[in-house]
Ligand binder design. Structure first.
Ligand code: ZN
Length: 201
């Protein structure tokens, strides 16, 4: 059973029992290695809490875009641009395992298929809830939506603050990072791209 702990999701009934066994000891060692007394009151339950939290923050490994869009794909009735802006996301930078977070904006011109609007946020979470770099996350969201929607064009823009820059290193508190992926008509046609960029401003 324990061998499969890494396959369990926080929602699985066995997760509490098996999942925590897997990482709690390692997290205890980590805290000790940092010089902490893991027996003091405030920390006694922390390794379990930290594991639970980490499992949630990396639950994207256990989900897939196909699963998320299942049942929410519909026939397109028009080919006007659809823009979903300001989708909040929280991810972990893979270099420091510190959060980076911000918003994602998605636009597309449908081919034959549209996706229920609420699903875009869930597609973003599939890729945000992993160890990531922002550039790759943006590309993966675009690749996945391109695959399931086969749109005429698609754009994904993400804007994020990185705690690894804000809390350590260069300590540039105010800086945000913007990455984008432009596909099809958003790549080829300057006016389509401009319309999208103005819509998300
Ligand atoms: Zn980092």
């Amino acid at each position: 059973m324990r061998d499969h702990a890494h396959l369990l999701r926080p929602s699985d009934p066995e997760f509490d029992e098996v999942g925590e066994v897997e990482l709690t000891g390692l997290i205890t060692e980590l805290l000790e290695g940092l010089g902490e007394d893991v027996r003091r009151e405030g920390l006694v339950k922390s390794p379990e809490r930290i594991e639970r939290s980490l499992r949630f923050l990396t639950s994207g490994y256990e989900s897939s875009v196909e699963e998320v869009v299942n049942g929410a794909l519909f026939a397109a009735e028009a080919s006007e641009m659809v823009v979903v802006k300001g989708i909040e996301f929280y991810s972990l930078c893979e270099h420091h395992m510190l959060p980076f977070f911000g918003t994602a904006h998605i636009g597309y011109v449908p081919g034959d298929t549209i996706l229920g609007l609420s699903k875009f946020a869930r597609v973003v979470d599939v890729f945000a809830r992993r160890m990531q770099v922002q550039e790759r996350m943006t590309t993966q969201i675009a690749d996945a939506l391109e695959r399931v929607l086969a749109p005429q064009g698609l754009a994904v823009v993400t804007e994020a603050s990185h705690l690894c820059m804000m809390m350590r290193g260069v300590e540039k508190q105010g800086s945000t990072t913007r990455t984008s992926a432009m596909r099809g008509s958003f790549h080829d046609d300057g006016r389509t791209r401009q319309e999208f960029l103005e819509a998300i401003r």
